[in-house]
Design a protein around this ligand. Structure first.
Ligand code: SF4
Length: 217
């Protein structure tokens, strides 16, 4: 029995709303705490709220949902050391494990079986300086890079970064999301098409289904 405890914000079962896995039933384990403060953050409730749980408790709740796909998210899940044994336990139960991380924390120690969905922060987030570029060397064919776009300046930064760092060749998908309620998705779509950008546009499916302010979905 592993003894590490984790600060957990919420655990819930829903439809995966993002990535190439969008639409799949998924269990979400949201860890408390983040070292960034993106201007458009939609999970500020995860900065502090939560409770201490053992890895065994978390794993039991996840397993009881009887769902093959699990996403570990936050906040920033890599800030807690216990996330590593938690993900190891979940992998050992046969789950497909994804992690969503800000791109500011080192991903090199993650088990190769974990699907990494890694953000690159654009200037409009206010946290662009925190991108840990060495992380790109630790991404592979199953992983995905996500860029959240607030405006035209963000788009141009994303476009130039995708091209200069050949992001599409590194990962399964490069995902571009408009900031919900801030950037018209039709504009972003037009920019991607005009530039023939090797990227995959996405909208947050859970917000389309349940609305932007509903928690636990
Ligand atoms: S990294 Fe994620 S959780 Fe942290 S402030 Fe940015 S959007 Fe919010």
């Amino acid at each position: 029995m592993k003894s590490e405890r984790l600060h957990i914000n919420e655990i819930f079962y829903s439809i995966q709303g993002e990535s190439t896995h969008a639409g799949r039933p998924c269990v979400f384990v949201r860890l408390t705490g983040c070292n960034l403060r993106c201007k458009w953050c939609d999970t500020e409730y995860a900065f502090y709220d939560g409770r201490r749980m053992s890895i065994a408790e978390v794993a039991e709740i996840v397993v009881n949902y009887r769902c093959d796909l699990v996403e570990v998210t936050g906040g920033e899940p890599l800030l807690q050391e216990g996330v590593y044994p938690l993900m190891g336990t979940l992998l050992d139960t046969g789950k497909t494990v994804m992690i969503e991380t800000s791109g500011a924390s080192d991903v090199s120690k993650l088990d190769a079986r974990i699907i990494k969905i890694m953000d690159l922060k654009c200037p409009g987030s206010g946290e662009c300086e925190r991108n840990l570029w060495s992380n790109l060397e630790h991404l592979g064919a199953r992983d995905e890079i996500k860029l959240v776009i607030a405006d035209r300046a963000d788009y141009e930064w994303a476009r130039d970064t995708i091209r200069a760092r050949e992001l599409a060749a590194r990962v399964n998908a490069v995902l571009l999301s408009p900031v919900h309620g801030q950037l018209d998705p039709a504009l972003l779509a037009a920019w991607i098409l005009e530039d023939r950008l090797p990227a995959r546009m996405q909208l947050q499916m859970h917000k389309q289904i349940w609305g932007a302010d509903t928690r636990g979905v």
